[in-house]
Design a protein around this ligand. Structure first.
Ligand SMILES: Nc1ncnc2c1ncn2[C@@H]1O[C@H](COP(=O)(O)OP(=O)(O)OP(=O)(O)O)[C@@H](O)[C@H]1O
Ligand SMILES: [Mg+2]
Length: 496
């Protein structure tokens, strides 16, 4: 799904939710308003009915007292009260809310009219006040009964409306809870969608790019999430594939050149051997002997460079095959030290080995290659000589082999890059020969054994390279400590 579509859907859902919320609140408040008006009308009906009742009773009492005592001011009061009763009846009609109430109000008006008519008739007939009072009471009662019916009707309506209000309140509460739950659900869904479709794919993308940046050329992105992120992931993968393809082409090219150069180099080497032999047999020509020796050394060093190039291309192409056996690592280390001791005139090589066998599951030729690389570096990068200490320790699950020198050391800024192919520290680039492959090949060999190759160095004081290899658990048939390793052409490994 595209980001724009996702945002559009979210806005549409939020808007719909907001509209639903507004409409339902509006509807509920309208209903409550109507109910409140109904209650007010019913209350007003009851109040006006009671007012009618009391005014009529007062009028009746006033008329009786007038008949009894003949006080003239009561005439005016009675007239005033009659007008009041007519007004009340008119008001009562205004607050009726049903045909039944209308009917009662009409009935009331008729009853009141009868009351006035009868009162006038009795007054004209000249009956005694008591007889008049007794006769007129029936009409008054008729009005009172009608008012009570109206009051009962209004009370019932009031109760009904109150029940309705309760229902609507409950409905409003339910609606609010529903809308709140929907909003919370929407928010949760939004958060989950943001996590699954944006945050997680983004962090995976970042992790893959970071791994790729650190040199993991096989790191790829699994395209997930929003379409835009999938597109970025797919573009990254396509770019990584193209680069990988180009790298493989370059490696194949380097490997084929290195391979093709080895045959003529082999012939040159044989010719140099013959030449050296002939010069040696002639018994003179000191200058030529030195020249032929130099030729042999240069050919050896060229051979080693080609070997490293071939190894590098094999390793980078993932074709490093190890032939591993469980063996004591001590003879292998001792052999490498012996090999270099003969050619290191300025250096003192100290070997510190444990007494007990140190078992490793390793390819002896490849491990010798690593030891030789480290030792040749230790000698090469201590141009003023010094002590080189090689120590083998066995503890826990690991075997540790360290090579410590008192040489020029390595700048902290170069520490991580010197393990990459063709990388050399700035301090040695111009002054000490090398192509920068020994350490990268060595680290890949150690890692292929499931181990680690690390360095600690102080510029001007020296460096310590440490190999950590997993210790072998199984006992194995081991060669004796002094047995020389099967190393075809081992002398070519002395390369400093
Ligand atoms: N013991 C050491 N002391 C100081 N610097 C070292 C040491 N070992 C390696 N380095 C630095 O690390 C760089 C890489 O070493 P590496 O062995 O890979 O290549 P190299 O020695 O330059 O060439 P070669 O491929 O012939 O071995 C060296 O160029 C050097 O700058
Ligand atoms: Mg080296």
């Amino acid at each position: 799904m595209k980001l724009r579509t996702a945002v559009g859907i979210f806005i549409a859902i939020s808007f719909a939710l907001f509209l639903a919320l507004a409409a339902s609140l509006f509807r509920v408040s309208e209903l409550l308003d109507r109910s409140a008006r109904d209650v007010a009308l019913a209350g007003e009906g009851i109040r006006i009915g009671e007012e009618l009742k009391s005014t009529l009773l007062t009028h009746n009492r006033n008329a009786f007292l007038y008949s009894l005592r003949g006080e003239p001011w009561r005439v005016d009061t009675r007239r005033e009260q009659r007008r009041e009763i007519i007004n009340i009846l008119a008001n009562l009609r205004l607050v009726t809310a049903s045909p039944e109430e209308e009917r009662i109000v009409t009935e009331l008006r008729d009853q009141v009219q009868i009351y006035f008519d009868q009162r006038r008739a009795l007054a004209e007939a000249g009956v005694s006040p008591l007889a008049e009072y007794l006769q007129i009471s029936d009409y008054v009662n008729g009005v009172v009964v009608e008012v009570d019916r109206l009051t009962a009707l209004n009370s019932a309506r009031m109760n009904l409306v109150m029940a309705e209000i309760d229902e609507r309140n409950a409905l409003a509460n339910d609606l609010a809870i529903l809308l709140l739950s929907l909003s919370a659900g929407l928010l949760l869904a939004l958060m989950a969608a943001a996590y699954f479709f944006a945050a997680r794919p983004l962090s995976r993308l970042a992790a893959s790019v970071e791994s790729y940046g650190k040199g993991e050329s096989g790191a790829r992105v699994r395209p997930t999430g929003l379409t835009e992120l999938k597109e970025i992931g797919a573009s990254f993968n396509a770019m990584a594939e193209r680069l990988e393809q180009r790298r493989q082409d370059q490696l194949r090219f380097v490997a084929s050149i290195a391979h093709d150069l080895r045959n003529p180099l082999h012939s040159i080497r044989l010719a140099a051997e013959v030449l050296t032999h002939k010069i040696g047999a002639s018994g003179d020509g000191g200058g030529e002997r030195e020249l032929s020796e130099m030729l042999r050394r240069q050919i050896r060093s060229l051979d080693l460079m080609l070997q490293d190039l071939l190894d590098t291309s094999r390793i980078e192409a993932g074709h490093l095959d190890l032939i591993r056996t469980v063996r004591d690592i001590r003879p292998l280390v001792q052999d490498a030290v012996d090999l270099h001791r003969s050619s290191a005139e300025l250096h003192e090589l100290i070997l510190d080995l444990p007494d007990a066998p140190v078992l490793c599951h390793c390819d002896p030729l490849r491990c010798s290659q690593v030891m030789n690389n480290l030792l040749s570096n230790a000698i090469k990068y201590s141009p003023n000589g010094g002590v080189i200490t090689v120590r083998v320790e066995s503890g826990g699950d690991n075997v540790e082999i360290s090579v410590h020198d008192q040489g020029i050391g390595i700048d902290p800024a170069d520490l991580s890059s010197i393990f990459k192919p063709f990388q050399r520290s700035a301090a040695t680039r111009e002054t000490i020969p090398g192509i920068g492959l020994g350490l990268s090949v060595s680290r890949r060999i150690v890692e292929a054994h499931g181990g680690r190759l690390e360095v600690i160095s102080v510029p001007g004081e020296g460096s310590t390279f440490t190999i950590q290899l997993p210790r072998a658990q199984a006992e194995a048939q081991m060669p004796p400590l002094r047995e020389p390793l099967q190393r075809p052409g081992s002398e070519r490994d002395v390369r400093h």
